[in-house]
Structures are given as structure tokens and as C-alpha cells.
Ligand binder design. Structure first.
Ligand SMILES: [Zn+2]
Length: 276
């Protein structure tokens, strides 16, 4: 891979020992994986049990040549086609059926980061718990209903709260939770749009809408992966939660197009996963 046009921005060799573990290779994670592969990440471990179907083509990175193939296997080929230095391990199964996933999160052979793009809230909580227990960084993304926008959350051990803390945080901020497919119900304060949503695959949204969220996810992941060795020309990101509106959405308190709100989520004292 000829990195000459990005070398002044980051040092791709500094990413050689970084491993990105993708929990899911759906329409949310796939663009983030593609961007990381272009920007010097070469070690990937991919999980997905799903097969690419015609209905996926309006959102997914993969094209018609991959129809009927396992998404993780096809995405591995996409990555290796783009970056000849890439080494990709494929797990065409569900995270919960994969002892290799838990082993990977626990492995200390390299700096590991989990890219969480699963479409199941319970799976997301399980992955968060594993990451907290093993002090492994994680970036998770969720989209709001109808592609209004979304959220990207980053867990870095010892630097802020975990994904489970988000629920408590949301309650404190009067945000509302609901399932992705359902309509707003007139909403009690207990509900938070966008949190714990059945994110990418089930949630309606244009690929463009989801793409913004995936790019923020990729950028937050890259920012954590690149060592702060004085050879990158971007400052450290201080926030660990970014809410992004593709268009005005009063239900989210978002008034503008392309509005980004940054938060720093502290560990919540009553969090059952990371609480002290
Ligand atoms: Zn927590």
C-alpha cells in the first residue's frame, strides 16, 4: 500500500500491531472497516453470521458479486483487495457462539479495539461487559429511527464510562429510549431515542445517513488506534460520546442539519458493569 499521500497526517507503520475486531460486518460496520483499511490498519478479525442479500445493496459496501456470501468473508476479501498488507481472520458465526471472540477481547498480544456494529441490544451489552472486564477499548454506533442521525460511543479503559453507563446518563439528560422500529409513543422520560437501538440492519435510514455515523465511528476508532507519538497532526479527542443529527429532529433536541453534540460520559456510580 502506497501511503505517500497520507504520511504527513499519520504514520501507518504505527498501526502495524493494532488489531480491529469487528462485531458485525453489516451496513454500519462495513464502511468503518473500509476506511480503517485505507488508513493503515492491517490486522482485522471479523465476525458476522449473516449472508449478503439483494435487499442489502442499498446500504452495504459490498456489491452484487458478493450476493449469497457470508458478510465477514466477503468483507475480508474487500479489505485484502484494498490493502495487500492486510491480515484478516474471519469468523462466520454469531458472537455469542464464538469462543474466539471472548478470547480475542482477552488477548494481550496487541493493542485491540472492538468495533461494535451488532443489531442486537443484548449482544451490545454483552460485548461491553467483556470489553470492560478485559480493559479492551470499544467503539459502538447506533442510528436513530429513520436515519435522523445517530450516536457513537467510545469506551477507553480508565477514561470515562462504559456503554452500560449510557443508560443512566440518558435518564439524567431526559433522553428517551425506544426500539428502532417503533414510532414515538408520546414518550415518557424513561425512553431514549437512539440508545440501545437495533442499530444498522433493522433501522430504516439511507446509506448516506448511516454513512455519517460510520465515518464518525471510524474516526473515533482511528483516533484511539494511532499512538500519540508526535507524528499525527490531529489533537486527541476529548469526548467519548458524539450525537450527530443528519437533519433537524426536535425529539432529539437537534435543531440543525449536520449538528454534532459532544459529551464526556463519566463512569456512573451505579453502573453494574464498571461502577465502583
Ligand atoms: Zn459503566
Amino acid at each position: 500500500m502506497d501511503y505517500s499521500r497520507i504520511r504527513k497526517i499519520l504514520n501507518p507503520e504505527s498501526l502495524a500491531d493494532r488489531v480491529v475486531m469487528a462485531a458485525g460486518c453489516g451496513s454500519g460496520n462495513a464502511p468503518a472497516l473500509a476506511e480503517l483499511a485505507k488508513n493503515g490498519v492491517t490486522r482485522f478479525e471479523l465476525w458476522d453470521h449473516d449472508v449478503l442479500e439483494p435487499v442489502n445493496l442499498v446500504r452495504h459496501v459490498l456489491g452484487r458479486a458478493s450476493l449469497g456470501r457470508n458478510k465477514a468473508e466477503a468483507m475480508a476479501d474487500w479489505i485484502m483487495d484494498r490493502n495487500e498488507d492486510a491480515r484478516v481472520t474471519v469468523h462466520p458465526c454469531k458472537i455469542e457462539d464464538s469462543p474466539a471472540f471472548a478470547a480475542g477481547v482477552a488477548a494481550k498480544d496487541a493493542f485491540r479495539l472492538v468495533l461494535c456494529g451488532v443489531d442486537d441490544m443484548n449482544a451490545r451489552y454483552r460485548i461491553n461487559r467483556l470489553c470492560v472486564e478485559q480493559a479492551t477499548p470499544m467503539v459502538a454506533a447506533m442510528v436513530f429511527r429513520r436515519g435522523m442521525g445517530g450516536m457513537v460511543f467510545r469506551y477507553l479503559p480508565g477514561q470515562g464510562g462504559c456503554y452500560n453507563c449510557l443508560t443512566e446518563f440518558a435518564r439524567q439528560h431526559g433522553m428517551m429510549i425506544e426500539e428502532a422500529e417503533s414510532e414515538p409513543t408520546g414518550a415518557t422520560d424513561e425512553q431514549v431515542y437512539g440508545l440501545g437501538l437495533d442499530a444498522f440492519e433493522k433501522n430504516p435510514g439511507l446509506s448516506i445517513d448511516i454513512g455519517f455515523i460510520s465515518l464518525i465511528m471510524a474516526r473515533m476508532a482511528l483516533e484511539a488506534l494511532v499512538p500519540d507519538d508526535g507524528r499525527r497532526d490531529f489533537p486527541p479527542l476529548r469526548s467519548n460520546l458524539i450525537a450527530f443529527a443528519n437533519r433537524p429532529d426536535p425529539a432529539q433536541g437537534m435543531k440543525k442539519f449536520f449538528q454534532a453534540e459532544h459529551f464526556f460520559l463519566h463512569p456512573q456510580a451505579d453502573c453494574v458493569v464498571c461502577g465502583v
